[in-house]
Design a binder for this molecule. Sequence first.
Ligand code: NAD
Length: 502
Amino acid sequence: MEASLDTKTQKVQHRLGGSPWAGNSERQSPVFNPATGAVTGHVALASSADVDKVVRTAKEASPEWRATPLGRRVKIMFAFRELLTKNQRKLAELITAEHGKVLSDAEGEVTRGIEVVEFACGIPHLLKGEYSEAVSSDVDSHSIRQPLGVVAGITPFNFPAMVPMWMYPIAIASGNCFILKPSEKVPSAANFMAELFHEAGLPPGVFSVLHGDKEAVDALLTHKDIASISFVGSTPIAKYVYETACASGKRVQALGGAKNHMIVLPDADLDAAADAAIGAAYGSAGERCMAISALVAVDPIGDQLVEKIRERAEAIRTAPGTDDTAEMGPLVTEQHRDRVAGYLESGVGEGASLILDGRSLCGDPGFFLGPCLFDHVAPEMSIYRDEIFGPVLSVLRVPTYEDAVRLVNKNPYGNGVALFTRDGGAARRFEFEIEAGMVGINIPIPVPMAYYSFGGWGDSLFGDTPVHGMEGIRFYTRLKTISTRFADPSQGGANLGFPTND
Ligand code: NAD
């Protein structure tokens, strides 16, 4: 995807020390407007020497930021929150211009990101330690959580603002310096957020944005001065990032891809289930890690449910994300659109029934594909096994609740799952036996709030620490336990025995 510089398009630079920075690499990558297919810019791709410079800058800023009083850090977080709210529309427009999602959806992702900043505004409370008086004669004990130092985050294209915001507000509020390597497909939102954070008073060097591809990622994963890596992206890269960064001695959280199921029991409200399936399968053109891509209809409701979904999917208006009437925008790149469209052929070839074929839009300018619906999908088909990451919903039919649970639990991913039912007993049993990190009961996309933690099981998460909430605080800090003795000066004498508690 590398291309030579087109002077008619903008050059997206890194952000270092609070300002734009060109870096020293000649390499760059085109940025597209997915709604038109036009190249709108070129983003710099960092070399490993560029990575080294950014890490050095962060390392220099680290001691002062770490020592900055909590009250001052919090004031900056509050100011940042205000600036984000004021600039929410502008940030959403940048997202739509490079990702393609409809503007209201882009604004929604910014709202969810701001919620993490709001959580991080509570950092004085979140970082409180523990204290025990008189654990032994004249001895008191307390534990504190301290920042790791310089930490890095590597993020995917599908949430240009929200996924980075799962990471950097918490890391920075906790006293770390953060280096963000966003997806090279959607670079501008990250730069704008960094600009706003510095406008809010963040000292230079505490938050840097470094654009790049595998070369930059590899340099981050192995850099000796980086203490932890947070990654969100596809499963093969998440696994690679986890293994490589762990081998370099880093703390790692690596969130991967997904195949999220929605099980509909016969007693469910089928209209509500169909409405929910439409939003969850086709929202953001299916480019959400929590999108529902496999709908499991428990006998005998299959025919009825598929018809309700077909009617609704057919009515979805696919158009540029800036169009007020658009419900679904284009896919992120032509290459990705063609890959997703390729699954329609393989699904039919493997024997599934293609109920709705969105390929009529493929001839339009831009990277469009309309809603697609498969029925009678079997677990061995590639359209079920692979994460397609597009507007393609597969319906599988099973005879019983037990078959549905068995199917989901056999899937290697374990990100999100939803059950639609009116039966509280079935729901309770489902919560107990389903193997996934995030579960929705009559909620198709059960994304946890900022003060809970987000993360899947199985091939959806490598390393066992999910993002944000208290797990986020723990990930970006390390525990220190301190025992203090201030003995009465009249007592003395050495003792080589094992310390006891009296
Ligand atoms: P991706 O894995 O292609 O890219 C993610 C990041 O890794 C990007 O910054 C990219 O530059 C970098 N990268 C890509 N190839 C690399 C390589 N060979 N070596 C080192 N770094 C590399 O993912 P994507 O296409 O940008 O995003 C979509 C994927 O992200 C989907 O699989 C989706 O499910 C997943 N995702 C997961 C979650 C979650 O919470 N589990 C959230 C959002 C997206």
